[in-house]
Write a protein that binds this ligand. Sequence first.
Ligand code: SF4
Ligand code: SF4
Length: 158
Amino acid sequence: MKLSTILKARRALKSAAPLPADCGELCGARCCRGDDGDGVLLLPGEEKLLFLSPGLKKGRSDNGRLYVSCPGKCVRAFRPFLCRIYPLGILWERETIRVVADPRAKIVCPLLQVPEYIAPSFIAAVRRAGKILARDPEGRAFLRDFTRELREYHKFIG
Ligand code: SF4
Ligand code: SF4
C-alpha cells in the first residue's frame, strides 16, 4: 500500500483516543504488556515506517503476514496503525466499514467492560481511517483478512 495512504489513515485518527484521559494510566497499559508470543500486525507497507519506531522488531507469521513485537513501550507518535485503533477493530463486509470491539481485547481491556465509555469521536475517527484503507486494493485485502481473523476470534471469545 502507498505510504501516503497509510499516513492519511493515521492522520484520520489524529489524536483520537478511547478516553479523554490517558487510559494507559488507568490500567497500567495492559495492552502493551504482551509476551514474546504476541505481536501487532502491520498494514501492507507499514514496515517501511518502522525506522521511525525504534525498539519494534519485525517478524513474519506462519501464514506470511508481517507483524512487529515490542518491548512493551514505544514512541507513541510512531506506533503501528493497529495499536492506534485498539481496543477496536475494523470489519470490511459487503463493501462497508464497521467498527467493532476487537474480540481479543475483551479479555485485556477494561474499557470494553463499559463500551459506552469509549469516546464516539474515537469510533468515528477509526471509521474514517478504515474508509481510507478500503479505497486502496491492498488495504481492502488487509481488511478482508483482518475481518476473517476477528470473526474467528469472535467465535471463541464471543
Ligand atoms: S488495555 Fe484498554 S484501557 Fe488499558 S491502555 Fe490498552 S486501550 Fe487503554
Ligand atoms: S507497539 Fe507500542 S502501542 Fe503497540 S503494543 Fe507495543 S508498546 Fe503498545
